[in-house]
Design a protein around this ligand. Structure first.
Ligand code: FAD
Length: 377
């Protein structure tokens, strides 16, 4: 494993850094957290700027190391978060790039990179979250279409999405992992109802999605019929392996801000708090190393991240919760004031150990697939 950067990669870093320094001061203000159409427009606008400057393709076409440099530099500079483009850029797009036909890649990838279209993820259902293979949303063939009925839940960005990476059951009698198909569903099709759900932090960032005989062209199927579980594993390996890595840099930035705030408000004199911030610093440095290791492994194995992503996801989501707990310590009584920085982030951080697969499930994966322990079931 080689964690050093080549001269070309370092050159890319410098060029990107200079570009960010030029464009970021002129960006418009971020819309409020509940203004979803505004957030969509803002996130797509930023993606378009990246595209026009030649940086959009780092997500798929550049080497994983270049992608890592991109994430590191954009986060360090405080560039906009990927936001509404999360699913499209970080796991639906990479899945289509890896598993789609040439026609599908030509249809769906350029609009994601240009910032024209937003994707959401329709995997979870009321009784199929951790046990994803229990999903019941049905799809049956009618001519050139699948007809889809059922419901999805916790669908992030569903309200503003153009497309949904959707899992459906196409063979109800096959063993449950074998009767699933991965479809790209247009969110403006007839028969789709989106009902927003409000999170603890107050934002309606995800939704229930009800599907009533929605017609999805067979041509929108990625992979073979009933082979969707295999395609899903590719999606999840991107979601857990690489989608959150930029946020480690963001966490390191917040940690620096916390240390500064603690020095200013006198909390720095508390040795217990100092020790806590120091441990978090070590933790995030280690997570960054782990990220580099995962990326280097992915590079060596053709681009799809391996099971190491579960180790990353597990530790990252807990460290991020611990970071915002430490923020509450720094803020003291102000940590109950929702207008203070970090307070809403702390409420959101509670969901990290659930979203993209709970910690218990990541531990099961690590136990079975890395440590080789016997399967629980
Ligand atoms: C902020 C957020 C955004 C999300 N966005 C999306 C999205 O865009 N699209 C989407 O499809 N889904 C999304 N999800 C759903 C997420 O993937 C699921 O919540 C997650 O997979 C857990 O499933 P569940 O909620 O059904 O919990 P359950 O599966 O009911 O689990 C309940 C508890 O039981 C534990 N448990 C269950 N089975 C086992 C087992 N075999 N071994 C040990 N413990 C077990 C779980 O770990 C958990 O603690 C999102 C969730 C959150 C919180």
């Amino acid at each position: 494993m080689d964690l050093s950067y080549t001269p070309e990669e370092e050159e890319f870093r410098v060029r990107l850094r200079e570009w960010l320094a030029k464009v970021l001061p002129a960006l418009p203000a971020k819309p409020s957290p509940d203004d979803w159409p505004g957030r969509r427009a803002y996130d797509l606008g930023w993606q378009r700027m990246l595209y026009d400057a030649g940086y959009a393709d780092v997500h798929w076409d550049a080497s994983p190391t270049t992608r890592l440099i991109f994430l590191e530099e954009t986060e360090k500079a405080g560039a906009p978060y990927v936001g509404a483009n999360f699913v499209g850029l970080l796991h639906a797009g990479p899945t289509i790039a890896a598993e789609g036909s040439a026609g599908q890649r030509a249809r769906w990838l350029p609009p994601i990179l240009r910032g024209d279209e937003v994707w959401c993820q329709g995997f979870s259902e009321p009784d199929a979250g951790s046990d994803l293979a229990a999903l019941r949303t049905r799809a049956w063939r009618d001519g050139d279409d699948y007809v889809v009925s059922g419901s999805k839940i916790w669908t992030s960005h569903a309200e503003v999405a153009d497309w949904c990476e959707l899992l459906v059951r196409t063979d109800p009698v096959a063993p449950r992992h074998r009767g699933i198909t991965w479809l790209a569903m247009p969110m403006d099709a007839d028969g789709i109802t989106v009902r927003p759900l409000r999170t603890l932090a107050g934002s309606a960032e995800f939704a229930e999605v009800f599907l009533d005989e929605v017609r999805v062209p067979v041509a929108n199927r990625v992979g073979a019929e009933n082979d969707g579980w295999r395609v899903t594993m590719v999606t999840l390996s991107f979601e857990r392996g690489t989608a959150f890595v930029g946020e480690v840099v963001a966490c390191r930035r917040v940690l620096g801000e916390l240390a500064r705030a603690a020095r200013e408000n006198g909390r720095w004199d508390d040795p217990v708090l100092r020790g806590r911030l120091g441990r978090l610093n070590a933790e995030f440095r280690a997570l960054w190393r782990l990220t580099q290791w995962n990326v280097s492994e992915a590079e060596a194995s053709g681009g799809v991240p391996g099971v190491g992503g579960s180790v990353f996801k597990l530790r990252y989501s807990h460290a991020r919760q611990e970071l915002y707990d430490a923020a509450a310590e720094v803020l003291g009584p102000d940590s109950l004031d929702l207008d203070r920085p970090w307070v809403l982030d702390r409420l959101s951080s509670l969901s990290y150990t659930i979203a993209a697969g709970t910690s218990q499930i990541q531990r099961n994966i690590v136990a079975e697939r890395i440590l080789g322990l016997p399967k629980g079931r």
